[in-house]
Design a protein around this ligand. Structure first.
Ligand code: ADP
Ligand code: MG
Length: 323
């Protein structure tokens, strides 16, 4: 790792994206799908950065622009300080990409897949490290197996090794754990953390909130081609200022209680109400008295804290409503 020296200082971000726009349309027209609507953010060096968003948000479009597989419409991208238009070769050498789709020639063995990739990058035989890479992704015993005989998880690990052949300082994984079982997901998390500890800056896209929360130290959320949040994971989870209180009554709820401290109040079952409130502006005692003062008899109370999922839902819903 870290084979490439950055042209500028160590405070230069690993990736800098400015006003990135992608319209999937025939050249010269302004029709077609606007997949990225002017996205700007930095990926700091040395961390695990999560790009989170629902299906169709624009995650793969962004990754494929980094990979040089999709042409951007406008905006700029620097990878490891190299502009992808002006310094394409160095930009490409600074990044390894694991695409969302698994594609291999079924008749090559894992060892050959890595050797071929090294050949593409002009790495001489003496400097290749296919054996080390196979060990790193726990595929040493599959060295000579045909790619078509590997399980889905093994293929994904082989793709990661392939992306590392040229020792890029930045590794990008597009939905590495989509459709992958729990055990394999854990293995992949382990591998990604290991690579990060060894010095690689990691970017991964995911639509699993749990994955982003566990693995990433910084999270950006993208929705409908727009960046709607970008914060350290801890702060992002801290945005969950809302608390939820679940009340069970002695009879069916015919009219809803009301109070200025409520953010939301909805029936969630027979005789059950879920009230959301902002914990900076109200508290459970106040909510309970208000409900009782309006003639409701409470027979049971439970509360829960909002989590990253609640933050995500509220952020992505706001954008949909104003779009
Ligand atoms: P994500 O990876 O977040 O699921 P994508 O980047 O794949 O999102 O897609 C973003 C939007 O761009 C979607 O509406 C998708 O249908 C559209 N899109 C993606 N690829 C193409 C393409 N080659 N041609 C036209 N539209 C596309
Ligand atoms: Mg995608």
């Amino acid at each position: 790792m870290a084979g490439m020296t950055k042209p500028s200082s160590s405070s230069t971000p690993a990736i800098a994206i400015r006003d990135l726009v992608k319209r999937y349309a025939p050249a010269g027209t302004d029709e077609g799908k606007l997949a990225l609507k002017g996205v700007s953010f930095d990926v700091p060096e040395g961390g695990i950065f999560g790009l989170l968003g629902p299906n169709g948000a624009g995650k793969s479009t962004l990754i494929n622009i980094l990979a040089g597989m999709v042409m951007k419409t406008s905006g700029s991208v620097d990878i490891w300080g190299f502009d992808i238009d002006r310094d394409t070769r160095n930009a490409k050498r600074s990044i390894g990409i694991v695409p969302q789709e698994i594609v291999f020639d079924p008749f090559f063995t894992p060892f050959e897949v890595l050797e071929n990739q090294a050949g593409l990058y002009g790495i001489t035989k003496a400097l290749r490290r296919s054996e080390d890479l196979l060990r790193a992704v726990h595929l040493a015993d599959k060295r000579n197996a045909y790619a078509r005989t590997l399980s889905g998880g093994m293929k994904r690990r082989l793709l990661i090794a392939k992306a590392l052949v040229h020792r890029p300082p930045v590794l990008v994984l597009d939905e590495p754990t989509a459709g992958v079982d729990v055990e394999l997901r854990r293995q992949l998390w382990e591998l990604v953390s290991e690579l990060n500890r060894e010095g690689a800056t990691i970017v991964l896209t995911t639509h699993y909130l749990e994955e982003a929360e566990q693995l990433c130290d910084r999270i950006a959320i993208i929705n409908h081609g727009e960046l709607i949040a970008n914060k350290p994971t801890r702060e992002m989870v801290g945005m969950a200022r809302e608390k939820i209180i679940v009340l069970t009554f002695d009879r069916d709820v015919t009219a809803l209680p009301d109070h200025p401290g409520f953010v939301k109040c909805e029936v969630s079952g027979e005789r059950v109400l879920e009230i959301t409130y902002d914990k900076d502006r109200s508290n459970a005692g106040e909510i309970l008295s208000a409900v009782q003062a309006q003639g409701f008899t409470i027979v049971d109370v439970t509360t829960r804290e909002a989590d990253l999922e609640d933050v995500f839902v509220s952020l992505t819903t706001e954008v949909r409503e104003t779009a």
